[in-house]
Design a protein around this ligand. Structure first.
Ligand SMILES: [Zn+2]
Ligand SMILES: [Zn+2]
Length: 337
C-alpha cells in the first residue's frame, strides 16, 4: 500500500515566495511492520550481505554483558501486541495481558545476561535500515556505482561521552552479492530495548520540506512568526510553520533537520564542508503537534502509525545522521533532537 501525505493546509510558498530558496525534497520512509526480504528496502530487516564477508561488530570499550536479552525484548513485544489484538477483537475481554502472560513479563529482567563478554569483545551490530537507491529518491552520497546503503548500530548507547549510539554505514553494489548470508548474526544482549528495531517494510514517499525556522534569514523568520500570531494566542489546531509547513516527522531520508531540542548547531565536516542530514531515525511517526502529516491511508488507524519500528532514540526523539556531501568516506555525525 502506498502512503500519501495530505496536502499542506496552506501553500506556504505563495505566502512567502522567498521560501522557494529554502525548499528541499525529502523521502518519508513510512516504515510499517512486515516481513521484508533481503532485496527490499527495510527497517530492522535482513541485509543483502555476502556470505563470505564478516558481519560488522563493535569493539569500542564499554560494558556489553549487562542489559536485556534481545529475545526477551521481542517476546515482551509479542505478548503486548497479542493483548492489544484481543482487546480490539473482543472489547468485552479484560484489557491487558493474562495472568500467565503477566508472570512471563515479570520474569523478563535486565541483568548480566552475557557474563562471558569482556568490555572490548566484538559484538555483532544490529541491522537498522537497508535503503536501495531505486526505492528512495533522495538517498544521496556513497560511491556512484553503489545502489544500496546498509545502516547498523551497536545496541549500547555508550560511545563517546553521555548518551551516544554508534552507527556503522556500508554502501554496496547489490549485483556484487552472489550468495546472501543466510543466518545473520545479532547481539544477545542490548543496552536498551528501544535499540531493537522491529522488522518493517517501507513505503517511501517524496515530499517537499522547508528549512527549520531558526535557520531562515531573520527578516523572513520574523514575517512568518508575525503571520502565525502570538504564541500564547494560538490554538492547538492552528496551522503553524514548524508543525505543518516545514519539516516532516518520522523516519526519512534527505530534507532538513529539526533543531527543536538543542537549537541549531553547525554540523561541519573536518574538511570544512557543511554536512547534510541523510537519515532521520524517529521514535514516533507523528505526535499531536505534527498530526497533519499522518498519511491519508493511516488516518483511520492512527494508533498503528505511531512508533511502528519500536525504536526509541534519546527521550522519544529523532536521531539525525549527517554526512559530508563532498566525500562519502568522511565520518558522519549524529544529533539527537
Ligand atoms: Zn558499542
Ligand atoms: Zn568532508
Amino acid at each position: 500500500m502506498t502512503r500519501t501525505t495530505p496536502e499542506r493546509p496552506v501553500d506556504v510558498e505563495s505566502l512567502f515566495p522567498e521560501l522557494a530558496r529554502y525548499r528541499r525534497p525529502a523521502t518519508r520512509l513510512h516504515p510499517r511492520p512486515g516481513v521484508p526480504d533481503v532485496r527490499d528496502s527495510s527497517v530492522g530487516g535482513p541485509m543483502l550481505w555476502p556470505s563470505d564477508e564478516p558481519w560488522p561488530v563493535c569493539t569500542h570499550p564499554h560494558k556489553r554483558s549487562w542489559g536485556e536479552r534481545v529475545e526477551d525484548v521481542r517476546l515482551r513485544r509479542r505478548i503486548e501486541a497479542e493483548a492489544w489484538r484481543r482487546r480490539a477483537s473482543e472489547p468485552s475481554v479484560r484489557p491487558g495481558p493474562t495472568e500467565t502472560e503477566r508472570e512471563v513479563l515479570a520474569s523478563l529482567k535486565r541483568g548480566r545476561h552475557a557474563p562471558w563478554l569482556a568490555n572490548t569483545d566484538p559484538i555483532p551490530l544490529l541491522a537498522v535500515a537497508q535503503l536501495y537507491r531505486k526505492d528512495v529518491p533522495d538517498l544521496f552520497g556513497g560511491p556512484a556505482d553503489c545502489d544500496v546503503l546498509q545502516v547498523f548500530w551497536c545496541p549500547f548507547d555508550a560511545h563517546g561521552t553521555g548518551y551516544q549510539l554508534a552507527l556503522h554505514l556500508r554502501w554496496r553494489r547489490s549485483t556484487d552479492v552472489r550468495e546472501v548470508l543466510a543466518d545473520q548474526p545479532g547481539p544477545v544482549v542490548v543496552g536498551a530495548p528501544g535499540n531493537v528495531p522491529d522488522p518493517c517494510v517501507l513505503h517511501p514517499e517524496q515530499v517537499v520540506e522547508h528549512q527549520y525556522i531558526d535557520l531562515l534569514p531573520d527578516r523572513l523568520r520574523r514575517r512568518i512568526e508575525k503571520w502565525e500570531g502570538p504564541e500564547d494566542e494560538r490554538e492547538a489546531d492552528d496551522v503553524g510553520y514548524r508543525s505543518d509547513l516545514s519539516i516532516a516527522p518520522g523516519w526519512k531520508v534527505g530534507g532538513f533537520a529539526s533543531w527543536h531540542v538543542t537549537d541549531p548547531v553547525p554540523m561541519d565536516c573536518d574538511c570544512g564542508q557543511p554536512m547534510e542530514p541523510l537519515l532521520a531515525i524517529a521514535s514516533y511517526e507523528c505526535d499531536s503537534f505534527s498530526d497533519s502529516w499522518v498519511p491519508l491511508e493511516d488516518r483511520a488507524t492512527l494508533g498503528g502509525a505511531i512508533g511502528p519500528t519500536s525504536v526509541l532514540v534519546g527521550r522519544d526523539g529523532i536521531l539525525y545522521m549527517f554526512v559530508c556531501p563532498r566525500d562519502p568516506g568522511h565520518p558522519h555525525r549524529l544529533s539527537v533532537q
